[in-house]
Design a protein around this ligand. Structure first.
Ligand SMILES: Nc1ncnc2c1ncn2[C@@H]1O[C@H](COP(=O)(O)OP(=O)(O)O)[C@@H](O)[C@H]1O
Ligand SMILES: [Mg+2]
Length: 248
């Protein structure tokens, strides 16, 4: 795979190299730059789901496999200190908007949208597109994954197979498969609320700064984000009640 070099490419490659060395091979291998200065990454075999998620990508077995994959990523990432000159991505127009994932524990992927999760034999098997990786917390990365895969969205904005899904149950299945601590379980919903609010603010700002993001905003993000904020404000308590206590 060749992709254009961006300011953060060298930092992300150092991270991907660390992951391999730590035994996590379910991510692209960084292969340096080609003569034209493009980034080179190994091709990760498998299938990436299109949105809306097809029914076969909405089962609890998918949540369990994704949670275990992210747990292995985190365990491999922990202990890596980014270089002093590390550069991380920001979306256009969002430079001044504060992050909600302070208190970094590790470098996480931070963007588990369906297009970044590679399936094999019907289950999540690898992760690609580490463009938004940066220092974060385990619980932020989990909230990001749940946003896309529970999902933490108003029923109108979910894939058809999940319109009537029991989202608190799905979040708890993920929490158990990851092996979330009591502390992480308590922190999850308040953090998810701040994250979703920030998604709203950053997607609006990026739309004002960049035509690609403007197309996404006008193509539905503008309605989806306020609905997601209202949904988590209303249903977050039920998610918290279900996730808050480990079933094991
Ligand atoms: N290393 C890789 N191995 C296999 N497929 C890839 C890889 N990188 C990208 N792809 C494919 O290209 C698509 C877009 O690439 P991605 O890196 O996610 O860029 P972006 O989301 O910024 O467009 C992915 O959804 C996937 O289908
Ligand atoms: Mg992508």
């Amino acid at each position: 795979m060749r992709r254009p070099v961006r300011p953060f490419t060298a930092t992300v490659h150092a991270y991907l190299a660390h992951l391999r060395q730590a035994g996590f091979t379910d991510a692209p291998e960084p292969l340096g730059l080609d003569e034209q200065g493009w980034e080179m990454l190994s091709f990760v075999p498998g299938d990436v789901p299109r949105e809306p998620l097809p029914p076969e990508a909405t089962g609890e077995d998918v949540l369990v496999a994704l949670a275990r994959l992210i747990r292995r990523l985190h365990d491999a990432a922990e202990g890596w200190t980014p270089p002093d000159d590390a550069v991380w991505a920001t979306l256009p127009g969002t430079e001044g908007i504060p992050l909600v994932d302070g208190g970094a524990e590790l470098v996480g992927h931070r963007d588990y949208c369906p297009g970044n999760v590679v399936f094999r034999y019907g289950l999540p098997a690898a992760l690609i597109d580490f463009d938004l990786a940066r220092p974060t917390t385990r619980v932020y990365d989990i909230a990001n994954a749940l946003y896309w895969w529970a999902p933490l969205l108003d029923p109108r904005d979910r894939p058809p197979a999940l319109v009537e899904a029991d989202i608190p149950r799905r979040a708890a299945v993920f929490a158990d498969a990851y092996g979330m601590s009591g502390r992480q379980r308590r922190d999850l919903v308040p953090l998810a609320e701040r994250m979703i609010h920030r998604f709203h603010v950053t997607s609006r700002a990026a739309a004002a700064a960049d035509p690609l993001f403007r197309r996404l905003w006008n193509g539905g993000v503008k309605e989806r984000m306020p609905r997601a904020e209202a949904w988590i404000a209303r249903e977050g308590g039920a998610v918290q009640a279900r996730v808050g206590v480990s079933e094991r």
